[in-house]
Design a protein around this ligand. Structure first.
Ligand SMILES: Cc1ncc(COP(=O)(O)O)c(C=O)c1O
Length: 416
């Protein structure tokens, strides 16, 4: 399979010119995403639209299995967690051989923890209280082994003051598993500053890039983080089952995760009875990789790399500002960080009857989501037109004014 940036399209789906009358060259990419033809799709903070290339890659996977059978392992399947990891690495500023694929972030956090001893005095885990709950759950569950979780409070439910975060990290801190972009609000955190403070006191940083990679520039090398993790479901348009773990090359030789298996062994097919440790990120694997998910995901990485995160970010900042302005003009309250540079790709609106309004939007094929404690979440991505943003705001205003939300008053939660 081709993962080379030199031939990213595989001749599958070249972007065409602008559509919809907007002079935005990125709109040519809309043809790559079938769902955009039938929905106003504004939910890339949850599940990015499927690129046609992902479908092509899944066909390639099935064909390989059918035609090559067991030989496929030696012809690329076994090393796919590392080759796909390198494709993610190009997007997050990680050198080749430093990113390995796993199923999801929860598992990657547990794997990182399994590298450390929690029984001594350095057992503090410090992160923001607005962190994604799965991360909190992993660290809470390790209290049984000695982990002490300290969550830094937010005053506004949108951001956590940097000074407060820095002050919470001390000589008893082992890990700082922070989110780069907060899932509840889209606020961007200063990972470099927090990493500097963590390193001053000998703590390690695990940056969760799920809500940034693919829409906000990320540079794990420049930030000097120890670990980074994320998934491919959202802004990377790679679908589920393709989480990634970056480990700084300076740590490769010293760490020995207890969550391990034969894929972390340098000679897995020798079936030796004693564990030994592979070099580089390979030692952070465990068992048989989830091959189909990795095929699909590389389709998304290729598209994101081809569009370019800088171009995506420039458009995202313009459209996030537009969406905020449209919301305010229509009496809807954005809950976002104060400065544009501190906002990721998502806008949260504090809308009365938000859950019922979201249900009515979904019924009308306008795809957004609602999260308790956050609000109604809306995201433009590089394939979004300005008209779609005008449309969603007008729909919300209309649903509130006409009372159309009332039809959903007694429905269950919006779930996904
Ligand atoms: C910041 C962040 N971290 C993690 C997750 C999910 O974690 P996992 O990959 O374990 O499902 C999400 C959302 O799904 C998220 O927004």
């Amino acid at each position: 399979m081709s993962l080379s940036p030199a031939d990213p399209s595989g001749g599958l789906s070249p972007p065409a010119g602008p559509i919809g009358g907007e002079a935005d060259p990125l709109l040519g990419w809309r043809r790559e995403f079938p769902i955009l033809g039938r929905s106003r799709y504004l939910v890339s903070h949850s599940l990015g639209a499927m690129p046609r290339r992902a479908e092509a890659r899944l066909h390639e996977y099935a064909r390989t299995w059918a035609e090559r059978g067991v030989r496929a392992w030696a012809e690329g399947w076994w090393t796919l967690p590392l080759t796909a990891g390198d494709a993610v690495g190009r997007i997050i500023g990680a050198p080749p051989g430093s990113v390995v694929m796993h199923q999801n972030v929860s598992l990657c956090q547990s794997l990182v923890l399994s590298c450390f001893d929690l029984s001594g005095p350095r057992n503090g885990i410090v992160c923001e209280e607005l962190n994604f709950p799965t991360v909190l759950y992993v660290y809470q569950a390790h209290a049984a082994l000695g982990a002490r979780l300290h969550t830094v409070k937010s005053d506004d439910g949108i951001t956590v003051p940097l000074e407060r975060f820095l002050a919470a990290i001390d000589e008893t801190t082992l890990l700082v598993p922070l989110s780069h972009v907060i899932f509840r609000s889209g606020a961007v955190q200063d990972v470099a500053a927090i990493t500097r403070r963590a390193h001053e006191v000998g703590a390690y940083v695990v940056a969760d890039l799920y809500q940034s990679a693919g829409t906000v520039p990320v540079d794990v090398t420049a930030w000097d983080v120890d670990f980074a993790t994320g998934g491919s479901v959202k802004w990377l348009c790679g679908g589920p089952g393709a989480g990634y773990l970056y480990v700084s090359p300076r740590l490769h030789d010293t760490l020995r995760p207890r969550m391990t298996g034969w894929a972390a062994h340098p000679r897995p097919f020798a079936f030796e009875l004693e564990h030994d440790w592979a070099e580089g990120a390979a030692r952070f694997q465990h068992g048989t990789p989830g091959v189909p998910a990795l095929y699909a995901a590389t389709g998304g990485y290729e598209v994101v790399e081809e569009v370019g995160v800088d171009a995506i970010r420039a458009k995202s900042m313009r459209q996030v500002a537009l969406l905020i302005a449209l919301a305010e003009e229509n009496g809807l309250r954005p809950r976002v960080a104060g400065r544009p540079a501190e906002r990721g790709g998502m806008v949260v609106l504090d809308v009365e009857h938000g859950e019922a309004v979201t249900r009515e939007l979904l019924r009308r094929e306008t795809i957004v989501d609602y999260r308790p404690g956050a609000g109604l979440r809306i995201s433009p991505h590089f394939y979004t037109s300005d008209d779609e943003l005008r449309g969603v705001v007008a729909e919300i205003r209309g649903i509130l004014d006409e009372g159309a939300w009332k039809a959903h008053q007694r429905d269950g939660g919006t779930g996904f």
